[in-house]
Design a protein around this ligand. Structure first.
Ligand code: C2E
Ligand code: MG
Ligand code: MG
Ligand code: MG
Length: 277
């Protein structure tokens, strides 16, 4: 009976694997069409100054409106885009679109918001990428210090020398750099002092433990960041007690569902940017 049961379980497992693989292969093929067919969109999540409560920036988050599967999470399709190399084209589109959207809000009378764009390791290795950053700034007219590039610890650690070269080139343009999901990866503290970064983003897994737990880690991250002259953004703030704790602890900025979910640019403008006059 045991043998028979084992064989049945295996038989069920194999087709499931095939279905997942098939979806992945199909998504990779379809991703190639997605840009041209305008299935990709950026949503924007607001970021607020902790002390004043002022809206100070946005993070651009990629969305894929698939004709059959509906909205597909970047957690699913970004890895596919990375493996296939499509992330270079996709990331370029994100960068240009984000710079243009924030400048459109400027022209509509919005305060000068910063815009944060997430980066993949593959983009950093692309020789022409820094030129594309320059082009996105020049074409949109966005001031370089209003563009923030977000790099995760794993992106930095994949090729430290290459990442540092990229960061130095970006900083030379005046672009700002953040380490995303800070505290979840394996970055060495020794590297922190050599990375020309501006900001740490505390991963939401710590923020969501507040206020009962998580304080020790976040206090340590704040002390470390402030010691190096970096500012801190807390991600994933979902309730008022978390916000109160972060404000009291001296965290500079917050982002999370409590304050605003990622939303399409027109919704963002309608909700946060009141018309001039
Ligand atoms: P991330 O850069 O750490 O972005 C924050 C994620 O947390 C977003 O998920 C956002 O919707 C979500 N989030 C924000 N506030 C809250 C909250 O209060 N509670 C909870 N539970 N979640 C919150 P999203 O949009 O699904 O993006 C997932 C990840 O995909 C991003 O994590 C980023 O690593 C990646 N990603 C998104 N857009 C891009 C892109 O244009 N390029 C690259 N390379 N990666 C991207
Ligand atoms: Mg991010
Ligand atoms: Mg993050
Ligand atoms: Mg991330």
């Amino acid at each position: 009976h045991a043998k028979h049961g084992g064989r049945n379980r295996l038989a069920e497992f194999v087709p499931a694997m095939t279905a997942a693989t098939q979806r992945r292969v199909a998504l990779e093929r379809e991703l190639r069409q997605a840009i041209a067919e305008q299935q990709l969109a950026l949503h924007y999540q607001p970021q607020f100054d902790c002390a004043s409560g002022a809206l100070v920036g946005v993070e651009a988050l990629l969305r894929w409106r698939h004709p059959e599967h509906g909205l597909i999470s970047p957690a699913e399709f970004i890895p596919i885009a990375e493996d296939s190399g499509l992330i270079v084209q996709l990331g370029g589109w994100v960068l240009h679109r984000a710079c243009q959207d924030v400048m459109a809000w400027d022209r509509a009378g919005a305060p000068a918001l910063t815009v944060a764009v997430n980066m993949s390791a593959r983009q950093l290795r692309e020789p022409g990428f820094i030129d594309d950053v320059m082009r996105a700034l020049a074409l949109s007219g966005l001031a370089p210090e209003r563009l923030e590039l977000e790099l995760t610890e794993s992106v930095l650690m994949e090729d430290v020398a290459g990442a540092v070269a990229f960061m130095q080139a970006a900083r030379a343009l005046g672009v700002r750099l953040s380490i995303d999901d800070f505290g979840t990866g394996y970055s060495s503290l020794a590297y922190l002092q050599n990375f020309p970064i501006n900001q740490l983003k505390v991963d939401r897994s710590f923020v969501q433990l507040l206020p009962q737990r998580g304080e020790t880690v976040i206090h340590a991250i704040l002390a470390l960041a402030h010691g190096f002259g970096l500012s801190v953004v807390a991600e994933g703030v979902e309730d008022q007690r978390q916000l109160d704790w972060l404000r009291a602890a001296g965290c500079e900025m917050v982002q999370g569902f409590l304050l605003g979910k990622p939303m399409p640019p027109q919704d963002f403008a309608a909700r946060y940017l009141s018309p001039v006059g």
